[in-house]
Design a protein around this ligand. Sequence first.
Ligand SMILES: Cc1cc2nc3c(=O)[nH]c(=O)nc-3n(C[C@H](O)[C@H](O)[C@H](O)COP(=O)(O)OP(=O)(O)OC[C@H]3O[C@@H](n4cnc5c(N)ncnc54)[C@H](O)[C@@H]3O)c2cc1C
Length: 337
Amino acid sequence: MKRSADPDLREVIVVGGGIAGLSAAIYLGRAQRDVLVIDSGHSMAKWEPVVQNYLGFPNGVGGEQLLKNGRIQARHYKARIIRDEIRTVSSRKSIFVLKGKRKTYRTKRLLVATGIFHLPPEIPGVKQCLGHSMFFCKDCDGCRVRGKRIAIIGANNEAVESALGMLDYSACVVLATNGEEPHWDKKHERWLAEYEIPVARQRIRDVDHRKRKIRALQFASDAAIKIDYIFTTRGDIFHNQLAKKLGAKLDPDGQIKVDQCMRSSVPRLYAAGCVTPANCQMIIAAGQGAAAAQAINRDLFEESLASHSLRRFREAQLEEDKTVPEVSKSKPKRRKK
Ligand SMILES: Cc1cc2nc3c(=O)[nH]c(=O)nc-3n(C[C@H](O)[C@H](O)[C@H](O)COP(=O)(O)OP(=O)(O)OC[C@H]3O[C@@H](n4cnc5c(N)ncnc54)[C@H](O)[C@@H]3O)c2cc1C
């Protein structure tokens, strides 16, 4: 039974069909909500051939496979998932109007789960190795590079801390600034000296790799160092444009500020996953998607009581009287002792 009188108005639209968006769609579908997921198809999860830290997969699971499973599971609970890219959004009389490349959509509640983009270093050869021997995140991939030769590319405090953190996994860690003037502070400079981390300051000409496995960094001077893995700290682009357009508060990095139920500073607008100040991990994105869905479901329920739309829904249910069980009005007989 459809709850809205307007067939073109959705109860919930989720922009982004990555880990957070699909998790929300499963919860909303199971809560009998009319939910549409609009996805442009560039989840970062696709970059990870073997996810090793997602609960329930002791032998790992491919990022693509995880997304595929998520789509099947969401569709099983009647969530609709379509391919489109939302270009802009506006808000009119408590309704969000989303303009996509293909269509315009209207919804009562909007969940932004658009993720981020990690910037790879601009070094020839690096992109082919993404997710295979070139990584962004120590928490995701440090464990899989134990005992290997690791280069951290960067020239700021974060790069120094990344190099220091990597010592838990390997004794062979080098910091490569790729010709950039270091802008780490004095404290980080002292740590580099104290922990005897070698720093290569030359520009990297290219990355020598075979079958996506890195073999060496080739410097402009023709010198080279043998390494097995690269981690980089070049930065992230947060896909926050839709939330920003609606006036949502962002933090200084551009992440959408949310409360613990994933509500943004704009009424009826929610955000989940890496576009928020979460630690950018799949299991956290999935958890945030679920939390957002539960808050949306609760808010819609309260709204339906306040607006009496649940009463209208109930009237339609009562008309189909065969679905309503009869409760006997006679007193129950007393049992003999
Ligand atoms: C190389 C690599 C390896 C990783 N390995 C791991 C790992 O091993 N373990 C781990 O926990 N995490 C890992 N991560 C991080 C993980 O991918 C993210 O935490 C996770 O994908 C975040 O989920 P999300 O839903 O927030 O964003 P995403 O999964 O990136 O999904 C966002 C979705 O929104 C869509 N979208 C964006 N804008 C629009 C728009 N305007 N209209 C429509 N759709 C839009 C995108 O196309 C995308 O499908 C890795 C990341 C990378 C880059």
